[in-house]
Design a protein around this ligand. Structure first.
Ligand SMILES: Nc1ncnc2c1ncn2[C@@H]1O[C@H](COP(=O)(O)OP(=O)(O)OP(=O)(O)O)[C@@H](O)[C@H]1O
Ligand SMILES: [Mg+2]
Length: 344
């Protein structure tokens, strides 16, 4: 378990102080992939570097498996850091060294023999699928291949934790998916805990188990990704999700839809098995409201279907109210987007 306790980081710059992290506390679960999402300047990289104390927090503690890193002396901290791999947006490879030498670099001073280092490098090359690039130089590789080298290097010392700072931001969408798959494989097969930073909800959706949403140095929302994707609470989380669920487009589309006095447009959010129930026909039958489907979308998050369905309900006020109550009780969470009674 990785625990951050009351982390504050203030940068002093030319007489100005910038509070990059304003007292953050949370736990990362072991063997999980946790995503930290936020816009530029939110404090994500600062937070990530605080986890291995590459950046020393102004106050607060980092506790990994019960050991408070702040209390370690520099030698102990160096040893602990060996068990924490880092992966960077721009790969940070040494241009004058071959792929094999880049991957072997963290093994310097590890006490392993040359033969053992070679074996370890071969093992890592095969794990990341770059056996044939062993003697190439970074300039001879594509972006995705460079990041595979970066990941192999991060794994050299058999870490139990990997910190990724925008590991896929410099890559095209297809290469991004292949790198995310590799990270997932590492997490599953080797049991490595992964903390990754991104500004794309698509990345979180693809591989994370839980997510932390940051803004201006504070955590705005955190939780299991199925919960966050199905019922986001913070406005910033909703903004991040709008790219996935097309919320912005839906809003402008609804502006042009005519809603009469006895009609309301409702958004239903459904999760998992609720998609199998006949709620729409139930409200039509039991509450005498007409429901017409305007549109819907669905995403599969961690094998759970999550979606939004936009419907128009037509009927008298009491019946519409009762059907909304009924849907609420059944955890469909209706939200009135447009109300014919409130339109002048
Ligand atoms: N070394 C530094 N000295 C002074 N201020 C800094 C330093 N590093 C970061 N900051 C400031 O701290 C805040 C958080 O920066 P940080 O790099 O952690 O954000 P980020 O969320 O990673 O942004 P991005 O998505 O652009 O990488 C910003 O206001 C930034 O200007
Ligand atoms: Mg950053």
């Amino acid at each position: 378990m990785i625990q951050l306790r009351n982390i504050i980081k203030t940068y002093e710059n030319k007489g100005q102080s910038i509070e990059a992290l304003k007292e953050l506390s949370f736990d990362f679960k072991k063997r999980e992939i946790t995503g930290i999402i936020g816009y530029s300047g939110a404090g994500k990289s600062t937070l990530l570097r605080c986890i291995n104390l590459l950046e020393v927090p102004s106050s607060g503690e980092v506790i990994i498996d019960g050991v408070t890193l702040n209390d370690l002396d520099s030698k102990e901290l160096r040893e602990t850091r060996k068990k924490i791999g880092m992966v960077f947006q721009h790969f940070n490879l040494m241009r004058s060294r071959t792929v094999a030498k880049n991957i072997a670099y963290p093994l310097k001073g590890s006490g392993l023999s040359k033969k053992e280092i070679n074996e370890r490098v071969d093992e890592l090359l095969s794990l990341v699928g770059l056996e044939d690039k062993k003697d190439n130089y970074p300039s001879q590789l594509s972006g995705g291949q460079k990041q595979r080298v970066g990941i192999a290097r991060a794994l050299a010392n058999r870490p139990n934790l990997i910190l990724c700072d925008e590991a896929t931001s410099a890559l095209d969408p297809e290469t991004t998916i292949s790198i995310l798959k590799l990270l997932k494989k590492i997490n599953k097969d080797l049991g490595v805990t992964i903390v990754l930073i991104t500004h794309q909800m698509e990345v979180i959706k693809e591989i994370c188990d839980s997510v932390i949403v940051m803004e201006d140095g504070v955590v705005k929302e955190e939780g299991d990704i199925v919960d966050i994707f199905s019922r986001p609470k913070a406005p910033i989380t909703k903004r991040f999700l709008s790219s996935i669920f097309n919320s912005n487009k839906i809003e402008s589309y609804l502006e042009n839809i005519l809603v009469r006095e006895d009609e309301k447009i409702i958004k239903l959010a459904y999760v998992g098995t609720s998609t199998e129930e006949a709620y729409i026909s139930r409200i039509s039958r039991d509450y005498k409201v007409d429901a017409s489907i305007l549109f819907g979308n669905i995403e599969i998050i961690k094998e759970t279907p999550i979606g939004n369905l936009i419907i128009k309900l037509k009927g008298d006020d009491k019946n519409i109210f009762d059907s909304i109550e009924y849907l609420n009780k059944n955890k469909i969470y209706p939200e009135v987007l447009k109300d014919g009674r409130k339109i002048i």
